[in-house]
Design a protein around this ligand. Structure first.
Ligand code: ADP
Length: 673
């Protein structure tokens, strides 16, 4: 019992160990796999980052070389700009040239100028007469006539005459004529020597005010709006102060809210040109021969200006606001550029081109532009981080599958190992049971032998009858021992595959009858009788006589051994198709279903047999099975616990010609005691 408990504990320990091993291996492999996956992802990311860094370096170089190209282009420009000079600098770029005045390409970009060219002097004597008529004699009609005559002339005289004529008309109450005359002047760019402002600009304001005074409000507003447009379009050669002055008045007349401002980008350009002018003045004073530099501003409308100047002229290219996009290098169409975005950003990361910033890109690399004396950066982002989600999940799946496979294999290996160990343990247990059973089998006849030989040797048995009886016991025990040794030797030979069979044509019924006859005395001594059913015809089989006898004897011995209560054992032989059949039936203890298959294995003994201490070694049925198998037959068993068992042996009938006549059929019948 103790041994059994220990064995159970061992088995339990083995199973726990195997399960632990499976879990350990799974956890270790899982952890390792996961780490590998993460390392792989990190590696991919590092590779993608390196690639993006390389790309950013190329883009940075492109930026600098583009800057060099622009500077070379500027250097090649003279003080007068050919039409389309701005085109080679990219979309939205404004080229400025300064000499005595300021010129831009495309033209009309400046709302005001850093300086205003002075007006040409006017021959004042021409207007003496009209002036007298207007101011001294206040004869407006005569003044009008005098001025109308002058208005037929050209250029500045005409402009001055018309301007004065409009004023005289107004004084004369001839509003319509005054308005028409102002309208005549609306595009006149010549500067009035008295005002140092263009006639057209002043006339427009005068006209708008006159319209308002005469109650034509809508027309006044339209005129003021047109004036604002012309101011915004940079139509007039005026300075900043004049621009702002007229702008405010026009806003008021147009009925616009006072906080309305001129277009920001144009303002920035005008301001930049003002700054350029100052720069050039300073440079001219410094006595230097050439100037190449850039100006920049990161304000709400950022600007980049490249300047090239010498004492004779200054040329510059201005990139205001959106025009800065020209400076964003193109990442190219290649596969390595897929998902890459480039932008120009201020040092605080704000986009200078107004592009919404990629807040959480997969990868971001920044390149400074300080070598070009710019406080800006190139912001290079990639939407792909190298370890794409699809690849990652695919790899994860592979890993899970591979792990599941490995764990399954380890589990199977552990199962096989545990099974092997358990089997080994069971085999060991069977062997030790066998050894003790064999020892036990030997001990009882040997004890009897020793005691009887002692008695006889010492001459203590004098009576002849008793001596003969003792000798017969000695003989019986010796033959039992002999039988046992024979059994074991035969079993050993079978196990080693050295048992030789000498098949011959035998009548199964005869062999059965002979064996029953040999064994009947032993059975009778045990109180059992063997009932053999008559066999009508010969059952010739090709078999080894000794082996066949062993089969019959083993089955008979078992039937007797395992029928302690019922005293009869039945034996019958018959023909079933091409088979000779032997049946040995008893009404003994029976065999439970769970043991029916196993009892044919070597060393296996039934539980009931062991419990009832019925002697045996567990090799009898194994030998029966082996012998029948070698003879191409089969053994069957039907049994019920408590009701008895029937062992059936089927052997193929011999097909040799004349086999039926080998032996005379002899009906075996009767009981042997
Ligand atoms: P042994 O009889 O020496 O134990 P065997 O190989 O002849 O070995 O039989 C194996 C087991 O089969 C026996 O221990 C017994 O439990 C069972 N057995 C064999 N024949 C019978 C039978 N006729 N009735 C009941 N049990 C049997």
């Amino acid at each position: 019992m103790k041994q059994r408990a220990r064995r159970f504990r061992n088995v339990h320990a083995i199973l726990t160990l195997a399960a632990g091993l499976v879990i350990l291996v799974s956890v270790a492999l899982g952890g390792l796999g996961w780490r590998l996956l993460q390392q792989e992802e990190a590696l991919q990311q590092q590779r993608a980052r390196d690639a993006l860094e390389g790309k950013a370096n190329i883009l940075q170089t492109q930026f600098f070389s583009k800057m060099g190209e622009a500077e070379t282009l500027l250097r090649g420009l003279g003080s007068s700009l050919p039409p389309g000079a701005g085109d080679s600098f990219g979309k939205g770029a404004i080229v400025v040239a300064m000499k005595t005045g300021v010129e831009t390409q495309p033209p009309g970009q400046l709302m005001y100028l850093p300086f205003v060219p002075s007006s040409r002097p006017l021959d004042a004597a021409l207007f003496d007469e009209s002036q007298k008529l207007e101011f001294q004699s206040r004869d407006f009609s005569a003044a009008s006539a005098a001025l109308a005559a002058l208005a037929d002339r050209q250029g500045q005289v005409r402009a001055e005459a018309l301007f004065r004529l409009a004023r005289v008309h107004k004084k004369n109450g001839r509003i319509k004529e005054a308005l028409a005359t102002y309208a005549n002047l609306k595009d006149e760019r010549t500067l009035s020597p008295a005002l140092e402002e263009p006639y057209g600009l002043v006339s427009r304001l005068q006209r708008a005010e006159l319209l308002k005074e005469s109650g034509q409000v809508a027309d006044a507003q339209a005129e003021a709006a047109a004036l604002i447009d012309s101011l915004n379009a940079g139509q007039w050669a005026i300075n900043k102060g004049t621009h702002h002055y007229y702008f405010r008045l026009a806003l008021d007349l147009a009925g616009h809210p006072p906080e309305t401002s001129a277009p920001a980008e144009r303002l920035v350009v005008a301001e930049t040109v003002g700054a350029l002018w100052d720069e050039w003045r300073q440079f001219a004073r410094s006595g230097s021969q050439s100037l190449t530099k850039q100006l920049h501003s990161s304000g709400p409308i950022p600007v980049l200006t490249l300047v090239n100047a010498n004492p004779e002229r200054l040329v510059a290219v201005i990139y205001p606001g959106q025009a800065l996009r020209n400076w964003i290098p193109d990442p190219g169409p290649g596969e390595d550029a897929a998902g890459i975005r480039v932008d120009l950003v201020a040092s605080d990361g704000r986009s200078l081109t107004g592009t919404p910033r990629e807040e959480r890109p997969a990868l971001r690399v920044v390149r400074t532009l300080s070598p070009a004396s710019l406080p800006w950066q190139l912001d290079v982002t990639s939407a792909v981080d190298g370890a794409s989600r699809i690849f990652a999940s695919e790899r994860r799946n592979y890993l899970v599958f591979a792990l599941a496979g490995i764990v399954l294999m380890v589990a199977l290996a552990c199962y096989a190992m545990a099974r092997g160990v358990l089997r080994e343990a069971a085999a060991g247990r069977l062997q030790s049971d066998f050894v003790s059973a064999v020892s036990h089998e030997f001990r009882s006849p040997l004890t009897t032998l020793r005691q009887l030989t002692e008695l006889l040797a010492e001459g203590r048995i004098v009576e002849e009858g008793r001596r003969r009886q003792y000798f017969s016991v000695l003989q019986k025990e010796t033959s039992r021992l002999h039988q046992l040794v024979e059994d074991l030797l035969d079993f050993g030979r079978m196990e080693a595959g050295r048992r030789q069979y000498r098949p011959e044509a035998l009548d199964l019924a005869t062999v059965v009858r002979d064996t029953v006859q040999q064994y009947s005395n032993e059975a009778a001594a045990n109180g059992h009788s063997i009932d053999v059913a008559p066999q009508p015809g010969p059952l010739v089989v090709e078999a080894d006589r000794e082996a066949l006898q062993r089969v019959v004897r083993n089955l008979l011995e078992n039937a007797v051994k395992y029928s302690p209560e019922a005293r009869t054992v039945w034996v019958e032989t018959e023909r079933e198709g091409r088979f000779a059949v032997l049946r040995v039936r008893d009404q003994g203890i029976g065999i439970p279903d769970a043991e029916k298959k196993r009892i044919f294995e070597k060393f296996v003994r039934g539980d009931a047999a062991k419990r009832a201490a019925i002697p045996g070694t567990g090799i009898g049925l194994a030998m029966v099975h082996e012998i029948v198998r070698v003879h191409h037959g089969e053994v069957g068993l039907t049994s019920e616990v408590g009701s008895g068992s029937t062992f059936t042996v089927r052997l193929p009938l011999s097909r040799a010609p004349g086999a039926a006549e080998v032996q005379e059929p002899q009906a075996v019948h009767g009981s042997f005691r």
